[in-house]
Design a protein around this ligand. Structure first.
Ligand code: SAM
Length: 292
């Protein structure tokens, strides 16, 4: 059960590209009123940073969480259903951790949900930069990360996450499947892979078959459909002309994020992202900001 004590430890148990932990304080004033929310749905789950935050603040009784990454969903299932066994396996990984052990585990292909989860969490905590990356054959190929004393097992955090995931439906799958099950008053947070800011980046991702412009358009069509159904909708994306065009009829707020990916340190710094809402947020001081 989620108690006031373990709720204070609610945080993601993996690091994930595009994770929203750094934006949660800005998101807090953009959530809907607690009393207006039915279930919580999140179709691009990643590390679940927003789910854990919403669970602590708005306490929705039920949630439906999905992501196309089936291995990630297995990890959430193991945390929900087999947390004692998972903790034991992570303890064993932690005891044996060294560079050669990392590559040994990386080459394994465990067959049960809990052993797959332990492998994913171990590699996430000890691999280079907490990346999840697979090759064309679907095999995890992130190199060893030179972390000093990585915390492979965080038992308190795993137990809090397990309690938060009770009564949560977890499924692998594409965001388009959400349309069938969403109901009036469901609060839905969408955090898709972002529309790239530069054309070069856009064409690279398009040809590699990742989330392209057609997916962004399908997502905007789904957003409009669910708005008509009476769902409460919140969506993150980059601040680009296409995104502003696709969501022109809704409330567009701007939040600032840190991006440390530029090799030129002078070009690192805040970038603006948009949060699109179809409702008036509970804190009305949140500003709707015009385009850059
Ligand atoms: C930006 S990340 C979400 C990050 C998350 N909000 C967090 O805080 O960690 C986007 C996620 O969408 C998933 N994804 C990519 N394409 C998808 C699709 N077509 N349908 C559902 N999920 C998808 C990826 O596996 C990834 O976990």
């Amino acid at each position: 059960m989620l108690t006031a004590e373990n709720a204070s430890f609610l945080r993601p148990f993996v690091k994930w590209a595009g994770g929203k932990s750094q934006l949660l304080l800005q998101f807090q004033c953009l959530y809907p009123e607690k009393d207006s929310v039915g279930r919580y749905l999140e179709p691009f789950l990643g590390s679940g940073a927003v789910f854990f935050h919403v669970k602590g603040l708005l306490q929705p009784a039920r949630a439906l969480l999905t992501d196309t990454n089936a291995e990630l969903i297995d990890a959430f299932l193991a945390v929900r259903d087999e947390v004692d066994h998972l903790i034991e396996l992570l303890r064993q990984h932690q005891e044996q951790h060294c560079e050669s052990y990392y590559y040994e585990v990386r080459n394994q292909n465990p067959q049960t949900c809990v052993t797959r989860a332990a492998r994913l969490i171990y590699l996430n905590k000890t691999g280079f930069n907490g990346l999840y990356r697979v090759n064309s054959r679907g095999l995890f190929n992130v190199p060893f990360g030179r972390h000093v004393k990585p915390k492979v097992l965080d038992e308190t955090r795993l137990r809090a996450a397990s309690a938060a995931l009770e009564k949560t439906d977890l499924r692998p799958g594409d965001f388009r499947a959400l349309s069938a099950g969403a109901r009036k008053r469901d609060f839905i947070y969408f955090d898709p892979p972002y529309q790239p800011l530069s054309k070069t980046a856009y064409f690279t991702s398009y040809t590699s078959g990742s989330f392209g412009e057609n997916d962004q358009r399908d997502l905007a069509a789904l957003y409009t459909k669910l708005d008509r159904r009476g769902c409460l909708l919140m969506l993150s994306n980059s601040d680009t002309p296409l995104i502003r065009e696709l969501y022109a009829g809704f409330h567009i707020h701007r939040v600032s994020a840190r991006r440390n990916i530029n090799s030129n340190s002078e070009k690192r710094g805040p970038v603006f992202e948009v949060v699109v809402l179809n409702y008036q947020p509970k804190a009305h001081h949140a500003q709707t900001v015009p385009p850059r």
